[in-house]
Design a protein around this ligand. Structure first.
Ligand SMILES: CCCCCCCCCCCCC[C@H](O)CC(=O)SCCNC(=O)CCNC(=O)[C@H](O)C(C)(C)COP(=O)(O)OP(=O)(O)OC[C@H]1O[C@@H](n2cnc3c(N)ncnc32)[C@H](O)[C@@H]1OP(=O)(O)O
Length: 717
C-alpha cells in the first residue's frame, strides 16, 4: 500500500491504494513503517511522500468510519513525520484532500503541480478534519482562510494554495521527480523551524471576532447542519489552546460529530452519488455501453429552460446552437444567456475566460438546416406532446443519422415522443430542474427503444456539464416529479383541514427543506398550478368549480385555484399564499385575508377545521412520497433507492443530513412508515397515493431493512 524506495539520498514513500489513495489502515501502517525505515537508514538524507496514479491521498478511507478503526491512527503517524530530523516533502498532484492534506501539513515542505487541488471536504460528509487539520491549517493560513476552507470544504487550486502559504512551490513535470529534486535542495536543513505545531496562529488575539463571524455565517448558510458548527469550534480552539490541547479538543469534537446520524446520512449520500453513476438498463450498463462523442450541440427553444440548458452546455466549453422560431424570441433568449453568463462570472462559478469563450460558442439560429452536423440536440419547448413530436420529426429529417435527440420534458413518456422519428433508439429524455444552470440533478430517461449507447451519452454529458446524472425508465412523470406529486397534493389537503400555510412551511423548513411548499408555490406562481389542474380536468372531462372536491374519484383541493382566480398569483403579483412587500417582492408575511378565504372555503365545503400536529404534517408530506418511491422501485422505474435519494437531494434540495427520503424512511423504520401509510389510507381512501406499496408491505412484514437493498457502502455505515 506504500511502496518504499531510495533514490540517491532521498527515500520515496509512494502511496499505492487506487483509485484515490485513501488513507486506509494499511496505508497508515505503510507510512509509519516507511518513516521508521527512512529514519534508520543513514544513507537517506530526505524523504518524499507522494501518491501513485491519479492523486496524492484524497483523504481517510470513509468506509472505515463504520468500524472501530485500527492503529496506527493518523495523528501519531503524522507526529512521526513532523518529528523527523530529515526534511520530509509532500509532492502533491491530483486532489490532496482531508487526511491527505493533514499528512501534507505534517510534512516540512509541500510542492504541487499547478493542476493539483487541496482542501478539507470533511464537512460535506458530516465530520471535521480529525488528524490535526483544524489546528495546523490556521497556523499556516491564519484564521479567516482556515474557517472558510474548513467550513466550506472547497477545493483550492494549487496557485491559490500557494498564496495562502499551504504550498511552498509549484513544480512542473513528473511530480515524484520534482519532489525528489526539491527534497535534495532541503538536505541538511534543520526541520525544527518547519514544524507547524510550534508556530503561533497569526492574529490569534482576534479569534473572537473571526469565530463569531464564521459561526453566524455557517448557521445562516448551512442551516440545520451540525458539522460546520463543529468545524468552527475546532478551528477556534487553535487560537485559544496550546497545540496539543487543541488536537485533543478536535478529537473529542470529531468523536461526537463523527457518530452522529447526520454524518452517517451524509456519508451515505456521498456513496449514493457514486452508485448512481453505475447504471443499468435492459441490454446494457455503464460498463458495457459506449457513449458517442459529443462535440457540438443544439437547444430548441430559448425560453427559461432552453436558455438555462444552453448556459450549462456553454459553460462546459461545448458549442451550442440556440434555435427559436422568431427573431424576437431568439434575441430575448440571447439576452438571458448573456445575463446568466455574466452572473456566473461575477459569482466566480466560471472564469472570465470561460465566460468569454462561451459567447463565441453560442450560435443563434432560426433554421433547423443548421443542425445537420450536430451530435446532440435538446428540445426544450413547453409541455405539449404534439409540438414535441413535430420538432422531433423535423430533427429526424435534418440531423445526421448518428445525432441523439433529447427532450427536456418533465413528464411526457419518451416513447410517445420518439414515435415521431425513425430513430427511436437515439431518443432519450434529459430532464433538467429549474433553474437549469443551478440545480445539479439531471434526470435522464430511457424509453422502451432507447439504446444503452444513447443512455451512456447523456449520462456522460451530464457529468461533462457538472450535473449529477441519474438514469430512470420512462413513465408518466418519471421518477422525480411523479414521486414529488403527493407532497404538493397533501400540503393542499392539510390547509383545507385546518393547518395554515405558514404553519406547514415552518414545519417543513424545520424538517430541513430550504423552503416550505407554500413559499415554493408563491415562487413558481399560483397560475402555473391552476393551469395544470385545469388541463388535467379538461382531459378527464371534469368541470371545476369552487365546490369541486373530487376528480376521477380522487380527492382534490381547489384552494390554489380560488386564490389564483382572485389575482393572488404569488410573488409576482405581491400576493399569493402570503403577502409580499411589493409585486415581485421576496419578503413573505402572514396574510389574514388568506385565513378568511380558507375559512370561507371550508365553510362552503362543510369541512370542520382542526388542529394538525407537526408530526402529522411531516408524515403526510413525506410518507405519501416515500410510498410512491417504493412503487417506483416496484415498477423498475428506478433501479435502486439511491436514484430516488439523489433525485431529491439534487432536484428538490432535500437536506443531505437526512440522506434522502428512502434513507430517511429506513432510519424511521420501514415498519413504522408502513403502519402510518396504512393508517392514512384508511382515513383518506380517496387518495391513490395512500394505497400502500406492495414492496414496502413485504419489506415491513419481513422486517427487511432498506439498507440491505441499497448498493451504497454508505447505507451500512
Ligand atoms: C466517529 C467514528 C469514527 C471511527 C473511526 C476512527 C477514525 C479516527 C481518525 C480520524 C482521522 C480523520 C482524517 C480526516 O480528517 C478525515 C478524512 O479524510 S474524511 C475523507 C476526506 N476526503 C474526502 O471526502 C474526499 C472524497 N472523495 C472525493 O471527493 C472524490 O472521490 C475525489 C477524490 C475528488 C475524486 O473524484 P472522482 O475522480 O470523480 O472519483 P470518484 O468520486 O468517482 O471516486 C472514485 C472511487 O473512489 C471512492 N472514494 C473516493 N474517496 C474516497 C474515500 N475518501 N474513502 C473511500 N472511498 C473513496 C469512490 O467511492 C469511488 O469508488 P467507486 O465508486 O469507484 O467504487
Amino acid at each position: 500500500m506504500v511502496d518504499y524506495s531510495v533514490n540517491s539520498s532521498v527515500a520515496l514513500l509512494l502511496v499505492n491504494n487506487p483509485p484515490v489513495n485513501a488513507l486506509s489502515h494499511a496505508v497508515r501502517k505503510g507510512l509509519a513503517d516507511g518513516m521508521l525505515k527512512a529514519t534508520k537508514d543513514t544513507k537517506v538524507k530526505a524523504i518524499v511522500i507522494a501518491g501513485k496514479g491519479r492523486t496524492f491521498p484524497a483523504g481517510a478511507d470513509i468506509r472505515e468510519f463504520s468500524g472501530p478503526g485500527k492503529e496506527p491512527w493518523l495523528v501519531p503517524v503524522g507526529n512521526g513525520i513532523e518529528a523527523s530530523g530529515k526534511p520530509v516533502v509532500a509532492a502533491i498532484h491530483g486532489t490532496c484532500l482531508g487526511g491527505g492534506l493533514e499528512v501534507a501539513l505534517f510534512c516540512h515542505y509541500r510542492v504541487a503541480l499547478k493542476s493539483a487541488r487541496v482542501g478539507f471536504p470533511e464537512v460535506a460528509i458530516g465530520i471535521l478534519p480529525g488528524a490535526a487539520g483544524t489546528q495546523r491549517l490556521p497556523r499556516v493560513t491564519g484564521l479567516p482562510v482556515a474557517f472558510d476552507m474548513i467550513t466550506s470544504g472547497r477545493h483550492v487550486p494549487a496557485e491559490q494554495a500557494k498564496k495562502y502559504g499551504i504550498i511552498d512551490e509549484i513544480v512542473t513535470g513528473d511530480i515524484v521527480n520534482a519532489g525528489i529534486r526539491y527534497a535534495m535542495i532541503m538536505v541538511g536543513k534543520s526541520t525544527i523551524p518547519r514544524r507547524l505545531r510550534a508556530k503561533p496562529v497569526p492574529d490569534a488575539e482576534n479569534v473572537q471576532k473571526y469565530a463569531d463571524a464564521a459561526m453566524a455565517h455557517v448557521k445562516r448558510k448551512y442551516k440545520g447542519y451540525e458539522a460546520p458548527v463543529y468545524c468552527v469550534k475546532a478551528v477556534r480552539a487553535s487560537a485559544e489552546k496550546p497545540y496539543d490541547l487543541g488536537v485533543e479538543n478536535e478529537k473529542t469534537l470529531f468523536n461526537v460529530v463523527g457518530k452522529s446520524g447526520q454524518a452517517r446520512a451524509q456519508q451515505y449520500a456521498f456513496f449514493a452519488e457514486r452508485v448512481v453513476g453505475k447504471w443499468e438498463m435492459p441490454g446494457g450498463n455503464s460498463q458495457t455501453a459506449k457513449p458517442i462523442p459529443v462535440r457540438s450541440t443544439a437547444v430548441i427553444g430559448a425560453g427559461t429552460m432552453g436558455t438555462g440548458i444552453a448556459v450549462c452546455i456553454l459553460s462546459a466549453g461545448l458549442p451550442c446552437y440556440l434555435v427559436e422560431q422568431n427573431q424576437k424570441f431568439l434575441e430575448n433568449g440571447l439576452k438571458t444567456i448573456k445575463a446568466l453568463m455574466e452572473g456566473s462570472v461575477k459569482l466566480g462559478k466560471i472564469s472570465p475566460e470561460v465566460g468569454q469563450r462561451a459567447a463565441s460558442l453560442l450560435k443563434p439560429t432560426m433554421s433547423y438546416d443548421d443542425l445537420t452536423g450536430v451530435d446532440l440536440v435538446i428540445e426544450a419547448v413547453y409541455e405539449n406532446l404534439e409540438l414535441k413530436k413535430e420538432i422531433f420529426a423535423k430533427l429526424d429529417k435534418v440531423c445526421k443519422p448518428s445525432t441523439i435527440l433529447c427532450s427536456n420534458t418533465s413528464s411526457i413518456d419518451i416513447d410517445r415522443i420518439a414515435v415521431a422519428t425513425k430513430r427511436p433508439e437515439k431518443c432519450v429524455g434529459v430532464h433538467f430542474f429549474a433553474p437549469a444552470y443551478h440545480m445539479k440533478l439531471l434526470e435522464n430517461i430511457y424509453s422502451t427503444k432507447t439504446s444503452p449507447d444513447t443512455a451512456a451519452t447523456v449520462m456522460k454529458l451530464g457529468k461533462t456539464i457538472g450535473k449529477v446524472p441519474i438514469l430512470v425508465k420512462s413513465c408518466q412523470g418519471f421518477l422525480a416529479n411523479r414521486m414529488n406529486t403527493p407532497y404538493g397534493t397533501e400540503s393542499g389537503f392539510l390547509v383545507e383541514e385546518g393547518a395554515l400555510p405558514w404553519e406547514v412551511d415552518q414545519v417543513m423548513e424545520d424538517f430541513g427543506m430550504p423552503m416550505g411548499p407554500f413559499k415554493v408555490r408563491d415562487l413558481s406562481g399560483l397560475d402555473v398550478g391552476s393551469k395544470i389542474t385545469a388541463e388535467i380536468a379538461k382531459t378527464l372531462g371534469v368541470t371545476l368549480t369552487d365546490e369541486t372536491r373530487f376528480m376521477a374519484g380522487n380527492r382534490y383541493s381547489h384552494m390554489n385555484t380560488v386564490l389564483a382566480n382572485m389575482g393572488r398569483l404569488g410573488r409576482k403579483s405581491g400576493k399569493g399564499w402570503y403577502k409580499y412587500e411589493k409585486a415581485g417582492g421576496k419578503i413573505a408575511s402572514i396574510d389574514d385575508d388568506v385565513i378568511t378565504v380558507l375559512n370561507n372555503h371550508c365553510k362552503k365545503l362543510g369541512i370542520e377545521r382542526r388542529t394538525i400536529s407537526s408530526q402529522e404534517i411531516i408524515e403526510r408530506l413525506m410518507y405519501s412520497c416515500i410510498n410512491e418511491g417504493f412503487k417506483i422501485l416496484e415498477e423498475g422505474i428506478a433501479k435502486r433507492p439511491e436514484e430516488i435519494d439523489i433525485s431529491w437531494l439534487y432536484g428538490f434540495t432535500f437536506p443531505k443530513y437526512l440522506g434522502g427520503p428512502m434513507y430517511y424512511a429506513n432510519q424511521v423504520g420501514l415498519g413504522r412508515v408502513y403502519d402510518r401509510i396504512c393508517y392514512y389510507h384508511e382515513n383518506f381512501p380517496f387518495s391513490k397515493h395512500w394505497v400502500p406499496s406492495q414492496l414496502l408491505r413485504r419489506l415491513s412484514e419481513q422486517n427487511i431493512p432498506m439498507s440491505q437493498w441499497m448498493a451504497s457502502p454508505g447505507a451500512r455505515l
